[in-house]
Write a protein that binds this ligand. Sequence first.
Ligand code: NAD
Length: 327
Amino acid sequence: MNINLSEKKILVTGGAGFIGSNLCEALLEKNNKVFCLDNFATGKKENIEHLLSNSNFTLIEGDIRKIEDCQKAVEGVDYVLHQAALGSVPRSIKDPITSNDVNVGGFLNMLVVSRDSGVKRFVYAASSSTYGDSESLPKVEDKIGKPLSPYAITKYVNELYADVFSKTYGLETIGLRYFNVFGRKQDPNGAYAAVIPKFVGQFMKGESPTINGDGNYSRDFTYIDNVIQANMLSLVADNPKAINTVYNVAYGDRNTLNDLVGYLKENLSEFDASIAEIEVKYGPNRQGDIPHSLASVDKAKELLNYNPEYSLQEGLKEAVKWYWENL
Ligand code: NAD
């Protein structure tokens, strides 16, 4: 998709993380000046190392919990793509205080400095976890349930703050509720790794991944390039109705965990045929997990011209190839 976005100064918070580093790369490719604020809590130097020699890229090592770091990062920028947060539902169940400090306190700091320095638009990573215990499918933006984890609370509070900042101070905001994002550079390691990179890493080592539950839970798995598209479209949107609101960012289809494992084996066995023989294990369901998730992407299609180009299977092809070459 051809999006006209160049020669802007854009701050990506969490720019050394999975989604953030992909955004930095894509924005640099379009000839923007990119500033990356990160404290490397979960992000990695190797995600951005190749960008450090680019004169349009500036790394600011800092913490969104410190207002001075946020002030420094936002100075002179046109737009903010706020990605910095502590992800993972289980992490927030284990340590709700730190998740809240970063995801709510840090978010508020970023809003305040963006307001004060005249940022033109603040686009932020919201989350499908905001749908909480609502069972209706597909998920439509204005119908949410009660949060099921501290993480989900933090992401919902972000939306409430963004809404109040747009109404009270006129700061333009757009929240993007990401649904299970996957793709190149997503970390396969650690206790809080997301399911796709974790399973790919395990299959590649010849290990059997464990599915939480019976594998019939389903998700709207969203390839990173669809997420990049949604962020760029949010920066260029000029319809007043498109601003100061939230959007689902997903592909708009759902696949079960059992389907996912089948596709992963199919793709990986092209590189190593023995992977097709690895059996998965089944464990207990995880606390805070909802059974099914599927997004309606009609609102983003209508107001942002969002047109997700990669289905799960198309995205997996790219992602698996990347992991095979880079892990
Ligand atoms: P990630 O962990 O790879 O990236 C988060 C980045 O934020 C990391 O680089 C980390 O070092 C940085 N960070 C954390 N605390 C910080 C702090 N105090 N100060 C500065 N930087 C800090 O995760 P991701 O998957 O790339 O997620 C990006 C955003 O998208 C997050 O806000 C996350 O909640 C949201 N999100 C992700 C998904 C998904 O499926 N990956 C789904 C819904 C929402």
